[in-house]
Design a protein around this ligand. Structure first.
Ligand SMILES: NC(=O)c1ccc[n+]([C@@H]2O[C@H](COP(=O)([O-])OP(=O)(O)OC[C@H]3O[C@@H](n4cnc5c(N)ncnc54)[C@H](OP(=O)(O)O)[C@@H]3O)[C@@H](O)[C@H]2O)c1
Length: 318
């Protein structure tokens, strides 16, 4: 086992823990024994954890939690960034002191997480954080970045496309809008009136969601829309159909529409996440952080995101 010499092994770890499944009120910050890296594993001193709706959806009730293999007492949060401080025997490619980011399913909001980098699953992974990407930003990339990439992988936007993106100002939306723009497409993004300036800054033309969406999109794009990604529900997918977009070029991530493909972040193309991190490092993609909270305020952070009107990402500092 290698350990970071300037960082003695910590016996205790602060972590968000749940003794029952439920809403933000079940989230507590506890002192727990620090996990130790076993053979093939690394331990990460987490400095930032990015929140996703999935975090509180999978811990909201026992049945959903069981589907994700969670049991009580449970941890919370999946996206993390930090520094490797232990590397178990047999680990290759990672050493103490390396800056890393990735996903640790429902245990990331903690001072330490143990990762099995060889597993390489979207629930148990570590990637080197490129220079030029700070930890708060790195902690936002895994779930939202992969999901946006997977959704765009389905509709494959290019310079001849006008893409309608529903829920474009949210955590996944900020990646989807910018990736579609980088692919050369024109992007129309749905949001409330409060999102319009934010969407313009990302490179999208804003349009209000809700009744009459198809007419508003027609007015913005008389030549038509050629692809659509619905990141919120089904309104954008149905609107795209009404506008003549073929089902194969429509994609949902949060709900299902018969005949329309759905995308899952876990099925993003290999290397998609590393490519997103490279784009961020190169200054070609940015991640707006709507709010960051100290871990003691985890309940407030979750309440904010669960209001479903966040623009960009919510991050917990550890
Ligand atoms: N399948 C997967 O792999 C996967 C992965 C990640 C996420 N998801 C799901 O994808 C969804 C989006 O995730 P996220 O992280 O982007 O969520 P989020 O950050 O909570 O999304 C917030 C955004 O939703 C917008 N919004 C609220 N009501 C809307 C409406 N009626 N129509 C359109 N947009 C609306 C808000 O815009 P305004 O503030 O302007 O209202 C806000 O910007 C969630 O349901 C999540 O569970 C699925």
């Amino acid at each position: 086992m290698q350990e970071q010499s300037d960082h003695p092994p910590a016996g205790r770890s602060r972590a968000v823990r749940l003794d029952s499944f439920g809403g933000p009120e079940v989230l507590d910050v506890r002192e727990i024994p620090a996990p130790q890296a076993g053979p093939g594993q690394v331990r990460v001193r987490v400095t930032a954890a990015g929140l996703n709706p999935m975090d509180w959806i999978i811990t909201a009730d026992a049945d959903t939690a069981a589907r994700f293999g969670l049991s009580l007492p449970a941890g919370f949060g999946t996206d993390y960034a930090g520094v490797v401080d232990q590397a178990g025997d047999g680990v290759t490619g990672f050493a103490p002191g390396d800056r890393v980011f990735g996903a640790a399913l429902s245990r990331a909001v903690a001072a330490f997480v143990v990762i099995d980098p060889a597993a390489g699953t979207a629930a148990n992974e570590a990637h080197h954080t490129p220079d030029g990407v700070d930890d708060r930003t790195a902690a936002t990339l895994a779930i939202a970045g992969r999901t946006a990439s997977a959704a765009l992988g389905v509709v494959a936007p290019g310079p001849d496309d006008t893409v309608l993106i529903g829920g474009a100002a949210g955590g996944v939306g900020v990646f989807a809008v910018q990736l579609a723009r980088l692919a050369g497409a024109r992007v129309i993004g749905t949001g409330s009136a409060t999102s319009s300036g934010f969407l313009r800054d990302l490179g999208a033309e804003p349009v209000a969601y809700g009744d009459g969406l198809a007419d508003r999109v027609r007015a913005l794009a008389p030549g038509g829309v050629t692809a659509a990604v619905d990141l919120h529900g089904t309104e954008t997918a149905h609107t795209a159909r009404e506008l003549g977009v073929p089902d194969a070029r429509i994609c949902t991530v949060a709900a299902q529409v018969d005949g329309v493909p759905t995308a899952n972040g876990a099925n993003a193309a290999p290397g998609a996440l590393e490519e997103i991190a490279r784009l961020v490092a190169a200054g070609r993609l940015r991640v707006p952080v709507a709010a960051s909270f100290p871990v003691e305020q985890i309940r407030r952070a979750v309440q904010l995101q669960a209001g479903r009107h966040v623009h960009g990402k919510v991050v917990i500092d550890l």
